[in-house]
Design a binder for this molecule. Sequence first.
Ligand code: HEC
Length: 200
Amino acid sequence: MDNEVKLVSGAMVALAVATAALVVMPYMEVRDIQPPPGLKPYTSAELRGRGVYIANGCVYCHSQQPRDRNFGPDFERGWGRASVPGDYIYDKPHLLGSMRTGPDLFNIASRQPSKDWHLGHLYQPRAYVPGSIMPSYPFLFTVKDAKEAEKEGEQPVSLPPAYGPNVGQVVVPTPEALDLVKYLLALNHTYPVLPPAPKP
Ligand code: HEC
């Protein structure tokens, strides 16, 4: 009987230590975090776009967590300052990502603010970046007769001529593609988060 008691109490202690270290302490560290003044909550279209981002697995190739300048070349690559916990206050779930097959997208809107570029790049990445290994997402677009699209008042994607559809046809983004690009254009965390250093 003696051994069973030791076994059970040992297991309880191990569980309590692990819960304190992995759940309670991190919670206490982040519970008082406020959103930075420069950060806006997502609009409903941006949130729908975020869903498209998750559904299409963008997070498997793109991180959203630039590292500190002293900790890697992220800043020199133009990916922005190191992120802070408050930057993620509206991100449920967060999309930090762990793979960087493609560039970090935490500040993509400040690097590439063009809606047309994003739509065209999603339709065919190789039209903009020769040799890109990013998959194309043609199912987020429909190919339509040019006259029909004009009649319906649709705004076709402007693609480099060699990558466009057949003559007389145009590529029109679906609502999902438009929402996804709205989300990408909301990824701009270049506002300051730390008070300016006091002057000596
Ligand atoms: C298999 C990996 C992979 C997946 C999945 C992927 N990408 Fe990419 N992405 C890349 C690579 C590699 C690049 C760099 C080459 C290029 O720009 O096409 C890139 C570039 C980009 C860029 C331009 C970044 C810059 O700094 O210029 C954007 C924006 C982007 N991807 C968005 C997306 C979105 C949105 C999705 C999901 C719909 C997605 N990617 C899915 C690999 C991927």
